[in-house]
Write a protein that binds this ligand. Sequence first.
Ligand code: NDP
Length: 234
Amino acid sequence: MARTVLVTGGNRGIGLAIAQAFAKQGDRVAITHRGSTPPADLFGVRCDVTDSTQVDEAFSAVEAELGPVEVLVNNAGITADTLLMRMSEEQFTSVIDANLTAAFRCAKRASSKMLRARWGRMIFVSSVVGLAGGAGQVNYAASKAGLVGVARSITRELGSRNITANVVAPGFIDTDMTAGLSDERKAEIRKAIPAGRMANPDEVAGVVTWLASDAAGYISGAVIPVDGGLGMGH
Ligand code: NDP
């Protein structure tokens, strides 16, 4: 059955791969973007997820065009890495706002329609760093760990209404976010990953579409690693 899907930050990287995977299986797919031209087969809504008015308006636009959001993929995210001693409060709170508070805004806005429909899927794109930590990533790791608490609390609140909330925790994925790493750092990373390589965004997208499918209807509050074994044990 075709569903209405909203992917935040679906204009590029992992979000775009997720949006395209849903579109390929026949779902009605909307993405948020901040001004770039969205791909022609996806319904693009302009939205900065740090602004609750824009989030509300984006959901209203999707509802008017495609119907209520049945599958929400909270994917938009940023990094602002620096060591704890150098990290400003603004560097900390801005990453929390974009990665964690924004997911709360979107989940809250989606929940009333999901409750009415007595069906919904929420998927939060976290990171291996959320549970393992990362030097220079106190802000990012805190935001990504917070998503686990969000998904598990939503599971407890809404689980009886056929609404699931899960976390996908990617390792190193080949996107703009990792493009800036030096070749030396990339070689170090590859050495630490049992799979011996970074992943491409489609490998995350496949897990996200599966979590939204009927086959995964009894999975909720889970943290699913997509990291080539990097985070094993966390
Ligand atoms: P990219 O940097 O390639 O893309 C980030 C996306 O988030 C863009 O679409 C961007 O929009 C959007 N975004 C950022 N801030 C906002 C905002 N305030 N409002 C709306 N949209 C925003 O990142 P990836 O595709 O690599 O990452 C996607 C998700 O996966 C992130 O949450 C990231 O933390 C997570 N992740 C990535 C990993 C990796 O190795 N790449 C590993 C683990 C997790 P715009 O184009 O307008 O900037």
